[in-house]
Ligand binder design. Structure first.
Ligand code: IMP
Ligand code: MG
Length: 337
């Protein structure tokens, strides 16, 4: 796999955590760099346990993977400590000295601000913390004694791993439609969420990346306010089995059918070289837990091939259930169907 960027395509919650955890195990990923902040939650189901990770890279499931938090990331120290206890990966974690710090007061500012309330933010304080970083008055990881044991030159580590042809994942958070630049402004998050931005947060130049894996869910969901083309009602979503609640905040997610035009646009902006489609089992129940493409009903195969036609990008990975290993991996035969 070389160096792979994992980017979300829609409004987040595409299942990036699951895809990262699968790849970590399957490709024995050496280094995984998490970007973004505590507003994102990546769900990993592995060996019967469910983890909702806001800070620890989802690749933690592969026990030899070095776990890094990049320079562009924004750290909630209490959340990080609690996830470290839960996952038991303290000895594998490295935190960039330049990652910024999000504090309790940022969350209060987020929750009490009328404008931010209207946008329906997660209330975790990321917007106010990033404002401070842009004002150049934020605390950085190097300023906190609690983080001292973890401080590392993550940029050097990840680039050295790439020099050595190791397997590296740059783990993006959220999705392109929540990008501050390319998303549905002002109903977006406080950073760019594109593949390029993920590289930038990790300190990896664009020429050093081997693949950009765009994660798209088989239907679309979003939390918070803002546009959602072809949105269906809550009742309809329950009926179709699409109804979800947010991993991080527990809020109800709104939903809509897969949007091929949007997929084309986001594949382009991300420079996607591969696509992962998650939750195909929700659309086509017959394929639940399948690991073999031939097990997909023909409608399911048509759906995948329509995504490839719309985007011009091969769908190499298909999620067929919540477990890290509920995957159809077509990479060895990765040609457009
Ligand atoms: P903020 O990032 O908390 O400021 O929230 C801004 C918008 O992005 C809101 O609509 C949030 O619901 C959304 N958002 C932020 N992070 C995530 C995420 O990880 N998944 C889904 N939506 C998110
Ligand atoms: Mg999420």
């Amino acid at each position: 796999m070389g160096c792979t960027v994992i980017a979300g395509g829609f409004w987040g919650d595409e299942g990036k955590g699951k895809i990262v955890s699968y790849l970590a195990l399957q490709d024995r990923v050496d280094v995984c760099v998490r970007t973004g902040s505590v507003n994102a939650a990546h769900t990993v189901l592995f060996k019967g346990r469910t983890f909702k990770l806001h800070m620890v890279p989802a690749a933690f499931v592969y026990e030899r993977c070095r776990l890094l938090i990049g320079a562009g990331a924004n750290i909630d120290v209490a959340q990080l400590q609690s996830e470290l206890s839960e996952t038991g990966v303290r000895n594998r974690l490295g935190v960039d000295r330049h990652a910024s710090i999000i504090e309790l007061r940022h969350s209060s500012q987020d929750k009490s601000n009328d404008h931010l309330k209207k946008l329906g933010t997660t209330g975790r304080g990321v917007g106010p913390a990033i404002e401070e970083r842009v004002r150049r008055s934020a605390k950085l990881a190097k300023d906190l004694p609690e983080l001292k044991p973890f401080l590392a030159d993550t940029v050097d580590e990840v680039n050295a791993a790439i020099d050595d042809k190791k397997n590296v994942i740059l783990e993006g958070t959220q999705g392109l439609m929540l990008s501050l630049y390319h998303g549905s402004y002002p109903f977006v998050t406080s950073r760019d969420t594109s593949a390029s931005a993920i590289c930038s947060e990790a300190g990896v130049g664009p020429s050093r990346v081997d693949s950009v894996l765009l994660v798209l869910k088989a239907f679309i969901t979003r939390v918070g306010a803002g546009e959602l083309p072809d949105e269906i009602s809550r009742e309809e979503a329950i009926d179709r089995g699409w109804f979800e609640t947010a991993a991080g905040t527990g809020r109800e997610r709104r939903s809509a059918p897969f949007n091929f035009e949007l997929a084309r646009k986001v594949a382009r902006i991300n420079g996607a070289t591969e696509i992962a489609v998650t939750k195909l089992d929700i659309l086509y129940g017959e394929c639940a837990h399948a690991n073999d493409y031939a097990k997909l009903p023909s409608e399911g195969q048509d759906f995948i091939s329509n995504i490839e036609k719309a985007t011009g990008v091969p769908v190499t990975i298909i999620g067929t259930g919540p477990d890290a290993m509920d995957i159809i991996d077509r990479r060895s035969a990765s040609v457009l169907t």
